[in-house]
Design a protein. Structure first.
Lengths: 115, 112
């Protein structure tokens, strides 16, 4: 696609439910990042994928959070047993090659609301 | 933490005026980038400055970097209402691994 696509754009869920957020990066981009942005805050790094290498999961806040990237393209961020503090905008970004610290292209995000 | 901090947190100016926002960071960097975020949208890259550079220009944007003070500034000249957005700096460095560290942002409002 022309840009990074995220779905759904909005997700409302009940506390305790699992949610899956999807990111479709720009074709050919090998690096993919997930961030969390709470209201009025900066971006909090969650996880990073680079090609076929093992992901950098150092930013995941708890074991309820996991992510995978299939075939080096689409990525899914899963939050299990959601809590109210998980409410935030989840942003995905891709870049050509993170090793060169290239600029990141962001999706519009998924706004998650946990009731 | 390497996280950058933008200053001021919020800025309101009249259309046509210049807007200056600052970013401070804590540890050595390789690159510093500025991004813009319109309300409810993702971030858009504006400009990248490398640690061995002191100033860069792109259209109405001017970025300076002072590594001795661990700070950067973004100047938007002749502001327009469409410049209304939040602006974030992001750094990466030799000790940050795969992470980019984003600041908390400056919210700019340009009044027509």
């Amino acid at each position: 696609g022309a840009g990074v696509s995220q779905s759904p754009s909005n997700k409302v869920t009940e506390k305790g439910k699992d949610v899956e957020l999807r990111c479709d990066p720009i074709s050919g981009h090998t690096a993919l990042y997930w961030y969390r942005q709470s209201l009025g805050q900066g971006l909090e790094f969650l996880i990073y994928f680079q090609g076929n290498s093992a992901p950098d999961k150092s930013g995941l806040p708890s074991d309820r959070f996991s992510a995978e990237r299939t075939g080096g393209s689409v990525s899914t961020l899963t939050i299990q047993r959601t809590q109210q503090e998980d409410s935030a905008v989840y942003l995905c970004a891709s870049s050509l090659d993170s090793l060169a610290k290239n600029i990141q292209y962001f999706g519009a995000g998924t706004r998650l609301s946990v009731l | 933490s390497q996280q950058g901090e933008e200053d001021p947190q919020a800025l309101s100016i009249q259309e046509g005026e210049n807007a200056t926002m600052n970013c401070s960071y804590k540890t050595s960097i390789n690159n510093l980038q500025w991004y813009r975020q319109n309300s409810g949208r993702g971030l858009v890259h504006l400009i990248l400055i490398r640690s061995n550079e002191r100033e860069k220009h792109s259209g109405r944007l001017r970025v300076t970097l002072d590594t001795s003070k661990k700070s950067s500034s973004l100047l938007i000249t002749a502001s327009r209402a469409a410049d209304t957005a939040s602006y974030f700096c992001a750094t990466d460095g030799p000790n940050t691994g795969n992470q980019f560290y984003f600041g908390t942002g400056t919210s700019l409002t340009v009044i027509p």
